[in-house]
Design a protein around this ligand. Sequence first.
Ligand SMILES: C[S@@+](CC[C@H](N)C(=O)[O-])C[C@H]1O[C@@H](n2cnc3c(N)ncnc32)[C@H](O)[C@@H]1O
Length: 147
Amino acid sequence: MWGDRPAAVFGSWRAPAPKGVKQTLVWRKPVDAGVVGSTTGFRNDTELVFLTGAWPKRPAERSSVLTTDVGMHSYLNGHPHAKPVPVMQALIEMTDGLIADPFAGSGSTLVAAKLAGRRAVGVELEEKYCELIVKRLSQQAFNFGGI
Ligand SMILES: C[S@@+](CC[C@H](N)C(=O)[O-])C[C@H]1O[C@@H](n2cnc3c(N)ncnc32)[C@H](O)[C@@H]1O
C-alpha cells in the first residue's frame, strides 16, 4: 500500500526482510539493552532498519550505524519497543513530505516529526499507547538525546 514511497522498516534477522530493500542500516542500542533472551554471551543489542522505496538522493555523509548513547529506560516511555526520538529524527531528516507511522507505539516518530516541524500521521491499535502518544505530543518537546 505504501508503494514506492521511502520507508524505514525496523526488522530482525528472525523475520524475512521486506521486498525491495535499497539499504540496511543498523541501530546499535545502548549498553543496557539486549540482555533478556540472549544465550550466546552476545547481547541482542542491535536492530536492522530496512530502507525501501525511493529515498531522496543525498551525499553519503552519515554512518549507516545509528547509535543510542542514553540508557534504555530514558526512552522506553512505558512501551516495551519504543524507539529513541533521535534515531527517528535521523531517518526523518533524510526524507521530505508527510511522515506516516502505521504502528506508532509510544509515538517517538510523531515526536521526532514535531521537533522537525514536519506533518505526521500515526496509527496505533492499543488505546493505552494512544493516550501515551497524546500525552507526549501535548508536552513541549525538547530533544535531550533520550526522549
Ligand atoms: C514495535 S511497536 C512500535 C514502537 C514505536 N516505533 C515506538 O517508537 O514507540 C508496534 C506497535 O504497533 C501496534 N500495532 C500492532 N498491530 C497494529 C495494527 N494492526 N494497527 C495499528 N497498530 C498496531 C502495537 O500495539 C505496538 O504499539
